[in-house]
Design a protein around this ligand. Structure first.
Ligand SMILES: *Cc1c(COP(=O)(O)O)cnc(C)c1O
Length: 478
């Protein structure tokens, strides 16, 4: 046996204690850590022959990488849609490494990890107030969740054509209707051989909205002359957090035959807010739903779930079965995640979510979600009241999208953002919306407080002072 590994395994207590202390120190001081750095890393190294041992390796990590790691799970990292991690989720994540299970089936040789996953899916359905008629599983992110859902949709369309696309490949043109899909939907269509060019783009309600126009949707459906199609809808677009009208879409199901997918990567958490859950009304009638856990559930990366209606479980197994033998009988009689989603071997992905859901319950997530919504609104109000900024869309949930006020200042939006991000006090991301250069800030971290909003708004004012000029016509952006 390798001597280094053997001796370290005898000293695990000491080594892990060191890491625990470092982790506690990092998390306790995360408010002070920079949100951006300018790293210069020489990443072309040769492998050390005999190895440094864990202590020295940790020292090297601390010297080379640790000081320039950014506080992406801290309270003022508002770029993309970046969640944090709750204490319980970190415990679950550590234990997932320690127990190191390979989560596949529920009828294995005493391996209960898939049972934990099924239980966690039920807890999530409870959180989102979704019926138990959905089956679900854990994947790495919303991208793979939509990939999984759309793979089942593909098989569903095949069945209508009396084809088995999983076996024979996609031999028909597939129509995909959508208005404002996330980039990951395009990627999934490409991966699945459905072809992103087969998207039939449906208009939005108005120019400055991202929600689908129901009348245009119905017009486009009619041009298909009864052919089945896939409808990809948004439960919170990433720019302006616009929601498609699920009540109206559900009504269309009476007249037309389609697979209804909802990308609710973070917007699904509106279900945790009494004042915002109406945005999701009737979403339970969809065929499949994508939810990210590493966003608003605040568990560490990589974690997301898919929910697919139980009635499609045969199609799902046909799409993902890891066997050349023809499928026999009901897949739930011998349920195995191996035959149900893209990955084969998997870590116990559900454990961080199980811990955090069990530790904080409905009330905990109600608090996290309401807090984020109120902070987005607070910053939104500050920007509305300032003559120097302009919201590009109303605050609908937990994101704000804005630009610099005045046509004279439009070109400076990127400079403003870069200068602001360079302060290291906050991180936001650029966007382009309604023909304007915009900036997004997204609130999905339990740590963020009103103090953070104050700190950032002060910093924003300091930065904008240096570049903003008073517009001749104050309303010129409208
Ligand atoms: C983040 C996001 C995705 C992609 O999620 P990943 O976790 O990065 O794979 C998809 N859709 C929406 C609406 C998102 O916000």
């Amino acid at each position: 046996m390798n001597e280094k590994i053997q001796s370290e395994s005898n000293e695990l207590d000491r080594v892990l204690e060191k890491v625990k202390n470092q982790g506690v120190d990092y998390l306790s001081n995360i408010n002070k850590r920079l949100t951006s750095t300018k790293p210069v890393i020489q990443d072309k190294r040769r492998l050390n022959y005999s190895g440094l041992g864990t202590d020295e390796t940790l020292e090297l990590f601390n010297k080379r990488f640790e000081p320039i790691i950014v506080s992406s799970s801290g309270p003022r990292f508002w770029g993309y849609v970046t969640g944090g991690s709750t204490p319980a989720s970190i415990v679950g994540d550590w234990l997932a490494s320690i127990y190191d299970q390979n989560t596949q089936g529920v009828n294995g040789q005493g391996d209960i990890s898939a049972n934990i996953e099924l239980e966690t899916i039920n807890l999530l359905l409870d959180l989102f107030e979704l019926p138990e008629t959905f089956l679900g599983g854990f994947v790495t992110g919303a991208t793979m969740s939509s990939f999984t859902c759309l793979a089942v949709a593909r098989q569903w369309i095949g069945k209508i054509h009396n084809k088995d696309f999983a076996k024979d490949g996609v031999t028909e043109k597939i129509n995909i209707l959508t208005a404002t899909p996330h980039s990951s939907i395009i990627k999934s269509l490409a991966l699945l051989g459905l072809g992103s060019n087969n998207i039939i783009k449906v208009n939005t309600i108005e120019n400055n909205r991202e929600a689908i126009s129901i009348s245009d949707l119905e017009n486009k459906i009619k041009t298909l002359n009864g052919q089945p199609f896939i409808l990809v809808t948004s439960g919170g677009t990433v720019n302006t957090v616009d929601f498609d009208d699920f009540v109206a879409i559900n009504k269309l199901r009476i007249k037309y035959k389609f697979w209804w997918h909802i990308d609710a990567a973070f917007g699904g958490f509106a279900a945790c807010s009494n004042s915002h859950k109406h945005l999701l009304k009737d979403w339970e009638h969809s065929d499949s739903i994508t939810i990210d856990c590493h966003k608003w559930l605040n568990v560490p990366y990589e974690s997301a779930v898919f929910f697919v209606k139980e009635e499609h479980k045969i199609l799902q197994t046909e799409s993902f079965q890891n066997s050349n033998a023809p499928y026999l009988g009901n897949p739930l009689n011998n349920f195995n995640y191996l035959n149900f989603l893209p990955e084969n071997s998997r870590r116990l992905k559900a454990l961080p979510a199980w811990f955090t859901l069990t530790a904080y319950g409905k009330e905990g997530y109600n608090d996290i979600v309401e807090n984020c919504i109120s902070l987005a609104n607070l910053l939104g109000e500050y920007l509305e009241q300032s003559e120097k900024f302009k919201l590009l869309a109303p605050v609908r949930l937990n994101n704000i999208v804005f630009t610099l006020n005045g046509k004279e200042n439009q070109e400076k939006a990127q400079l403003f953002l870069t200068t602001l991000n360079d302060t290291g006090k906050v991180f936001m991301t650029p966007t382009f919306f309604n023909n304007k250069n915009g900036i997004r800030a997204s609130f999905v971290n339990w740590r963020t407080t009103k103090d953070d909003i104050q700190i950032v708004f002060e910093e924003m004012n300091r930065v904008i002072e240096t570049m903003w000029v008073k517009p001749v016509d104050n309303n010129v952006l409208k």
